[in-house]
Design a binder for this molecule. Structure first.
Ligand code: SF4
Ligand code: SF4
Length: 243
């Protein structure tokens, strides 16, 4: 058995203490109409494959039938494509994590959602000096995740619980801080190439844009952060639906 860094009791506590919804509305209803299969994008395993820490995997497998091992075949046409997809995602997934699949949004059991479900679409943003500044997002989902285009709806309680959970994880799971520090660096490089500033929900409660050039932060109204894809279009309509 793999070495345990977090006990099952601690996973339970982490789940209980990081349980606030992102917002006071069901954001899945905002994005699902734009997904071909009608599911919220982050609950569609052919769009985003959830990963669980080994300790979470053992905890959920012992307590619920919600999770099972991810099968790439469900999202590809041929066995060869499935093997390629597994190899690609394995290369992007830390060894400490399991690629998993759940029963789907209609059968979701909220108390047993994984940490990646709870954090989506955000990751803890760390600057080049190694300071955890707050929340930024997985930019590859910009044109699909409604929340990314509507960051003003993210509740203060969600932000607080998110950061508290990651402080525990960084203390207990070796390498996770470095993984997110690296991911933040990749975001800086990527945004720098397209001359974009990085949107940030700072731990101080305000929103900022970070220059990728010198990492200077400029405080902005959260409502002014950019919108993407269909949500940008919807917001430009004369009577946007609040999205
Ligand atoms: S977090 Fe984003 S992708 Fe997931 S349900 Fe909400 S809007 Fe959709
Ligand atoms: S466990 Fe629930 S929240 Fe997580 S991917 Fe499955 S349906 Fe979505």
């Amino acid at each position: 058995m793999a070495k345990m860094y977090i006990s099952p009791d601690e996973i339970r506590t982490l789940y209980e203490q990081f349980d606030a919804p992102i917002a006071n509305l069901d954001c899945g209803q905002k994005c699902a109409p734009y997904n071909e299969g009608g599911k919220p994008f982050c609950c569609d395993i052919c769009v985003a494959v959830p990963t669980l820490y080994e300790e979470e995997w053992q905890y959920v497998r012992a307590n619920t039938d919600l999770w099972f091992e991810w099968k790439a075949e469900n999202c590809t046409d041929t066995p060869e494509e499935a093997a390629e997809e597994v190899a690609r995602l394995k290369g992007e997934t830390p060894d400490t994590m399991i690629m998993a699949e759940c029963l789907g949004p209609s059968l979701c059991q909220r108390p047993y959602r994984g940490l990646t479900c709870r954090q989506f679409p955000f990751f803890p943003y760390i600057d080049s000096q190694g300071e955890l500044l707050g929340l930024s997002y997985y930019w590859e989902y910009e044109d699909r995740c409604w929340v990314i285009s509507n960051m003003q709806i993210v509740s203060a309680e969600y932000r607080r619980q998110f950061l508290q959970a990651f402080e525990v994880i960084f203390e207990r799971v070796p390498g996770e801080f470095e993984n997110y520090q690296y991911h933040s660096e990749v975001m800086r490089d990527t945004f720098n190439q397209s001359r974009r500033a990085i949107p940030l929900l700072h731990r101080n409660g305000f929103a900022y844009k970070i220059s990728t050039h010198n990492e200077r932060m400029r405080r902005v109204l959260v409502e002014s952060l950019p919108k993407f894809g269909p949500y940008k279009l919807a917001a430009s309509m004369p009577f946007p639906d609040g999205s």
